[in-house]
Design a protein around this ligand. Structure first.
Ligand code: FES
Ligand SMILES: [Fe+2]
Length: 396
């Protein structure tokens, strides 16, 4: 395997080692002060779902694409977000802009392709044409259409920023929304995420899966280091420690460090000297719906995008990023194998359990659900959600 050393300073790494050794030695994990009770309707309520899309996802930045998916000028990618399908376009000046993928004439879907490169986007319905800057360039048979101020008929635009190797979007063209990823992440979390060097990785594979599960159920599954022994008994459980996590909230987001069983090979060493890089997973959880999981030899970036209009639907945007581009057949086969294992674990285990959960929480007679003190990252998530609704900027 091609390992990359963890790009944190020695004191931070020693801190990870100390925390994990301590938990493993004493069968402990980081814990919240209390058990948290949550109303399970958060997973099923259509009114809440509509509010989340309007009030949260209309305000907070989320990842829409890896920058390498739009490498050249005039490259574009269409991405379904909770409120809008967006077409992201690399501009002549190298920046990226994002537009709602709806023709301003009668509402046709302007760009049907997932990816490509175009200077002009022509609408198939009546042939109106837009530039890659979203401006309306021509109206078919214009004299017969009637007078139109073309400057007011540009594609509707959403705020976009590139940072840490990704294209981020605020999914609203309301016109009064702004984007500032550094501020949204906060200094400490921004620095920690920068150390993941996502801008130096290559997107080996990006795939979408549509599932009939509420997006928060999926987020909860990934924030949870407590289900490995039980849910993943037949696959990855022998390789990962269960219920022993080091959780550091960083403003509205948080970082979790967990150990592979292989950490046992360095457990006798003093934390400051222990070479733990190959034995831990560093997970950055970005509110509300994203995870960046750093495995010793690759990155997994997961984005659980709520489907428009229904509480029970999510597009899982999954990416596997590698340090070096896979060029040879052998390299490609290796990463494809890695991906297939990840997908099998997800499909056959996590999704099976969580489809069952989604069905079970629609039963009429259920009480509250409980997040234990050990489910500290899940507690952070649900508490952030509640706070964000109260905040005028919806940033929690
Ligand atoms: S709907 Fe696009 S040109 Fe008519
Ligand atoms: Fe899992």
């Amino acid at each position: 395997m091609v390992y990359t050393d963890l790009p944190y300073d020695e004191a931070t790494k020693a801190g990870f080692a100390r925390a994990l050794f301590d938990h493993l030695d004493h069968d402990t994990t980081d814990m919240a002060p209390e058990i948290l009770e949550v109303d399970p309707r958060v997973y099923t309520d259509p009114e809440l779902a509509a509010r989340e899309r309007r009030e949260l996802f209309g305000y907070v930045p989320i990842i829409a694409a890896h920058s390498t998916e739009l490498p050249g000028n005039h490259d574009f990618a269409t991405v379904q977000l909770p409120n809008n399908e967006i077409v992201l376009v690399r501009q002549a000046d190298g920046g990226v802009r994002g537009f709602v993928n709806t023709c301003r004439h009668r509402g046709a879907r302007l760009v049907p392709e997932e990816r490509g490169s175009k200077r002009i986007f022509s609408c198939r319905y009546h042939g109106w044409a837009y530039g890659s800057d979203g401006s309306l360039r021509s109206i078919a048979d214009e004299p017969t259409f009637g007078r139109v101020d073309r400057r007011c008929m540009s594609l509707l635009e959403v705020p976009v920023e590139e940072r840490h190797g990704f294209v981020w979007v605020v999914d609203s063209a309301a016109g009064d929304r702004t984007i500032d990823i550094a501020e949204w992440l906060g200094r400490e979390f921004d620095e920690s995420l920068a150390a993941m060097e996502m801008d130096k990785y290559h997107c080996h594979i990006a795939q979408n899966f549509d599932v009939d599960i509420n997006w928060k159920v999926l987020m909860d599954a990934f924030l949870d280091g407590y289900h490995i022994t039980s849910t993943h008994a037949g696959t990855v459980a022998p390789y990962f420690y269960n219920n022993a996590q080091s959780w550091e909230p960083m403003g509205r987001h948080g970082r979790m460090v967990t150990a592979r069983k292989s950490i046992d090979t360095v457990r006798g060493v003093a934390p400051a000297d222990a070479p733990i890089d190959r034995h831990i997973t560093v997970a950055h959880f970005l509110m509300p719906n994203m995870s960046v999981l750093r495995q010793p030899d690759h990155l997994e970036v997961l984005n659980f995008v709520p489907a428009p209009g229904t509480p029970v639907g999510t597009r899982m945007q999954m990416r596997l990023l590698t340090r070096e581009p896979a060029v040879t057949d052998e390299q490609k086969a290796r990463w494809d194998k890695n991906w297939n294992i990840l997908m099998a674990v997800l499909r056959e285990e996590d999704l099976v359990v969580n489809e069952g959960l989604q069905k079970a929480v629609t039963n009429t007679d259920i009480g509250p659900i409980y997040f234990g003190r050990n489910e500290i990252a899940n507690q952070h998530f649900h508490q952030w959600m509640a706070r964000a609704f109260e905040d005028s900027r919806k940033w929690g």
